[in-house]
Design a protein around this ligand. Structure first.
Ligand SMILES: Nc1nc2c(c(=O)[nH]1)N[C@H]1C(S)=C(S)[C@@H](COP(=O)(O)O)O[C@H]1N2
Ligand SMILES: [Mo]
Length: 203
């Protein structure tokens, strides 16, 4: 991890290996008992890699090359600091777990087990103000869901993760590898996949 401050010095931030388990009691789970009558659902619960439907695949979003490139980095930006992280950097940070649904307006909702770094941890590292809106941008070049803004109430929620794993496995490319946002109480369209940057929204 490289941290750039005013003096352009680069240093390492040591982190522990603590794992926090968090369970989100967010409404909106699907009921398996309804599955047989759910004939007109555009996606069927459980379909897709890692037991979760896919809204837009990595191929459809045109991100496959970028997300599999070892040069991929996550950029954290605030007025005071600029931090660049590899996926390995993220995996070495304290990991948290959350059980949270993805609820798509297309008519499906599936609960999954997520593991990754708390967004709050990264915001603190980057020196983002606790009362500031956060802007999350995907590597996806175009499309309506490539950017989202997140009010501080959601951004600092301990359940909001920069997820690296889904249902016990490394996040599938179609689910947002190298990392994606998962936050409680937010519609699926705002659960940004294939993250490129996290920054304090300019005023
Ligand atoms: N970058 C990006 N993130 C995205 C999308 C997208 O098209 N591009 N689709 C969103 C929508 S509409 C939903 S419902 C969820 C679905 O996540 P999944 O495909 O991992 O199930 O991702 C969200 N994140
Ligand atoms: Mo969606």
């Amino acid at each position: 991890m490289s941290v750039e401050r005013g003096d352009r010095r680069t240093f390492l931030v040591g982190v522990g290996a603590a794992v926090t388990t968090l369970v989100g009691l967010t409404a909106g789970q699907s009921f398996d008992v309804l599955a047989p009558v759910n004939l007109f659902a555009p996606r069927v619960k459980g379909q897709g890699p890692q037991g979760l439907p896919v809204n837009r695949t990595a191929g459809q979003a045109g991100v496959q090359d970028v997300i599999l490139d070892p040069a991929w980095r996550l950029h954290l930006e605030s007025p005071s600091r600029s931090i660049v992280l590899s996926r390995d950097d993220l995996t070495r940070m304290p990991q948290a777990e959350a059980v949270l649904p993805i609820a798509c307006v297309e008519g499906w909702s599936t609960t999954a087990h997520w593991r990754g770094v708390q967004l709050a941890y990264l915001l603190q590292l980057a020196g983002v103000g606790p009362d500031r809106t956060v802007r999350l941008e995907s590597v996806q070049p175009r499309g309506p869901y490539r950017v989202t803004t997140m009010p501080p109430h959601y951004a600092w929620d301990p359940l909001t993760l920069v997820a690296l794993e889904l249902n016990g496995q490394t996040l599938d490319a179609d689910h947002g590898f190298p990392c994606r946002i998962i936050a409680p109480g937010r519609p699926g369209v705002l659960q940004t996949k294939w993250l490129h940057s996290i920054r304090e929204e300019p005023t």
